[in-house]
Design a protein around this ligand. Structure first.
Ligand code: SAM
Length: 332
């Protein structure tokens, strides 16, 4: 494994991003990048025998922008020919400039618009800073008062400010308390309480492994104010692994009485969508319908993906998936 930094070599714990010198794609070596002799083009393929057996999502690569192995993960950033710049961690796409807004908006605005007064918000992970960009919209209308973000790998933040500038533009905002630490450790130690907690983590393979366990849900519950709402990316969708999703929902239900599953359209995630779990200790909240809404004009000013109908429709599943997720475990 080589550490490339715009053509130069960096140490694995480096936290600096240096000046551009192009990386020569013809000598670049990465498991996920290959040359297609038929088209004479380079392609990125997202392959995982565990997470996406038997399939791979591919993007044509125009240019390798950055590659390194940080203290926590393999970080690759490339310019694609059709999805803009792409951030990849441990071989898995985290976001592309073309469609990132779908995920960022749904994971942020579903809990924020479902909460009567979301003053204090915690983000776990979120290094590309897309969720922060969305939360700042609610800081500007004075609904959200403070944001804490706990990201384990500051390289992701630094690289995002450089290569994903439309996402990572508020990492220095005065209302943001940015903590570089393990989110799990932070939750174990903190005495702070939050109204909304957003787990914008990477997938279970790597430093985010612990986020998909009952213990993590317990830590989330302990860090919530009364009426608090949590949301997390499930790392799965209904086409990939419905059984895993069912188990994840079950684990979440050990801890939260009110758990719902929604999904967003994301062409750059394998199967074209990603599922999110939303949960609260308040049994009377209807998470599937926003408690607070904006009028149509304001929605168009603020959002590209989210609106009050998208909020509701994202919880509606096709029949087979809905049935499977509702059946008792014993009868499967
Ligand atoms: N939207 C993305 C997705 O689902 O593919 C998530 C993007 S965001 C870049 C994920 C972030 O979670 C990464 O920056 C990663 O460093 C961070 N992360 C992973 N494990 C973490 C941990 N234990 N504590 C805090 N942050 C963590």
């Amino acid at each position: 494994m080589h550490d490339y930094q715009n053509g130069g070599s960096v140490s694995s714990t480096s936290t600096t991003v240096e000046q551009d010198t192009p990386i020569d794609i013809t000598t670049f070596n990465h498991d996920a990048i290959s040359f297609d002799p038929k088209t004479s083009k380079y392609w990125f393929y997202e392959k995982s025998a565990d997470a996406f057996p038997g399939q791979a999502f591919g993007l044509q690569v125009d240019q390798i922008l950055y590659h390194t192995k940080s203290q926590y993960q393999d970080i690759l950033i490339f310019k694609s020919s059709s999805f803009g710049n792409v951030l990849v961690l441990n071989g898995i796409i985290q976001c592309t400039e073309k469609d990132e807004f779908a995920y960022q908006e749904l994971i942020t605005h579903v809990p924020i618009m479902s909460h009567p007064s979301p003053k204090k918000v915690l983000v776990i992970g979120g290094g590309d800073c897309g969720v922060i960009r969305e939360l700042i919209k609610h800081v500007e209308d004075q609904t959200v008062e403070s944001i804490t973000m706990v990201e384990i790998d500051d390289m992701v933040i630094k690289l995002s400010t450089k290569y994903l500038p439309q996402m990572a533009k508020y990492h220095n905002h005065p209302k943001l308390n940015l903590i570089i630490d393990d989110g799990f450790k932070f939750l174990r130690e903190t005495k702070l309480k939050f109204d909304v907690i957003i787990t914008d983590s990477s997938d279970p393979e790597g430093p985010a492994e612990e986020f998909f366990q009952v213990n993590y849900f317990k830590l989330l519950r302990n860090a919530l104010n009364h009426h608090g709402i949590v949301i997390m990316q499930s790392s799965e969708n209904i086409w990939l692994n419905l059984k895993y999703l069912k188990n994840l929902i079950k684990k979440c239900k050990y801890v939260f009485p009110n758990v719902k599953f929604c999904q967003c359209y994301m062409p750059s995630y394998t199967s074209g969508q990603l599922g999110l779990l939303v949960a609260t200790t308040n049994d009377s909240f209807n998470l599937t319908k926003p408690l607070r809404v904006f009028d149509r004009k304001k929605e168009s000013q603020l959002f590209k993906y989210y609106n009050q109908l998208v909020h509701q429709s994202s919880f509606i599943l096709p029949t087979w998936a809905q049935d499977y997720l509702e059946i008792d475990e014993e009868s499967i």
